[in-house]
Ligand binder design. Structure first.
Ligand SMILES: [Mn+2]
Length: 326
């Protein structure tokens, strides 16, 4: 029974030199959780280093980027006696950072995904938590550390992004209680929310106009989707990052119960389509993503599928049809 918070934290306390990681293409929850954990470990007198496949996105550039190191910049000979992974259902999700693991490295797995496969030597998984950041808050409490303003900024980003700013069904009394504690440290709510939800580049807005014109639905409008080709991206000068919130527009259509957004990948991933899913009501979209080797939550999930945009649309529509009939 290596899963209780006490066992988890006392094992953590015994280690000194930590590698911290989260998933590739990190979003708010992953970034906020890892940054807060980095600060926590330093306050416990530990050495800690964050290593991630991808940088902190522009939108979150107000967070301490100097703490963020890219996998490709770190020598494979560095040794760590522990790895702390946050917000990852599987260890593979950390990408190249896993090459820094030695046979002696103990793995600490902190997460809130129901689909977490408990890959750690120590696992602290709380599927009822609204965000991994909520689980991290519990760890602060267990170590009797009062969360400071910078940690609170990171953790607020975690919880605000994973709850869609306290709007999604995973929002609980606890999420609001934690938010209240975080706000009491004096964080700048307006600045954080502006950066998260109200700051777009001109390219993003132009890309949205292209994407809005590509929305398709089933005749009953229960399913909506749109796909972004490499050419669309080139034409507008936008980036994949710019499309991040677009799937919400598909979900905003009144009748829609399932939405998916596809982007054609480039470089080493050419020939693959990245697919994000959202669902409303009781439909579980993580089941659809899992069938393509991806994962996520009931109402938000993702995966990568090989094929053209047309082929992938067909495959996904078939799977959704089956989930719909369940
Ligand atoms: Mn999360």
């Amino acid at each position: 029974m290596k899963d209780s918070l006490d066992i988890f934290c006392s094992a953590l306390q015994k280690k000194d030199n930590f590698l911290l990681a989260s998933h590739v293409s990190p979003e708010g929850d992953a970034i906020g959780s890892v940054l807060a954990l980095d600060s926590l470990l330093h306050r416990l007198g530990k050495k800690a280093m964050i290593v991630c496949e991808d940088p902190i996105p522009e939108r979150l550039s107000f967070l301490p980027q100097d703490r963020w190191h890219l996998s490709k910049e770190i020598s494979k000979h560095r040794q760590f006696d522990a790895l702390v992974v946050a917000d990852c259902p599987t260890l593979e999700r950390i990408g190249e950072a896993s090459k820094l693991l030695g046979p002696e490295t103990q793995v600490f797995n902190i997460d809130h995904h129901v689909s977490n496969v408990r890959f750690g030597h120590y696992n602290y998984i709380r599927p009822e938590a609204c965000a991994c950041g909520e689980v991290v808050c519990e760890i602060f409490k267990r170590f009797k550390l009062k969360i400071n303003r910078d940690e609170a900024t990171a953790l607020y980003v975690s919880i605000a992004t994973d709850t869609g700013s306290f709007k999604y069904s995973n929002t609980t009394v606890k999420s609001h209680e934690i938010a209240s504690e975080l706000i009491q440290t004096g964080i700048d709510i307006e600045k954080i929310n502006d950066a998260l939800y109200a700051t777009y580049s001109l390219q993003t807005i132009q890309l949205y106009s292209v994407l809005l014109s590509k929305i398709q639905t089933t005749p009953d409008r229960m399913v909506a989707w749109a796909g972004l080709s490499r050419e669309d991206l080139k034409k507008t000068g936008g980036t994949y990052e710019d499309t991040e919130g677009f799937i919400d527009f598909l979900k905003y259509i009144k009748e829609v119960q399932f939405a998916f957004f596809m982007s054609e990948l480039d470089g080493p991933e050419k020939g693959f389509i990245r697919v994000s899913f959202r669902s409303k009501g009781d439909y579980d979209v993580s089941q659809v993503a899992v069938r393509f080797g991806g994962g996520g939550h009931k109402k938000a999930a993702g995966c990568t599928i090989s094929g053209s945009l047309e082929e992938v649309t067909e495959k996904v529509l078939n799977e959704i049809q089956q989930e719909y009939q369940r």
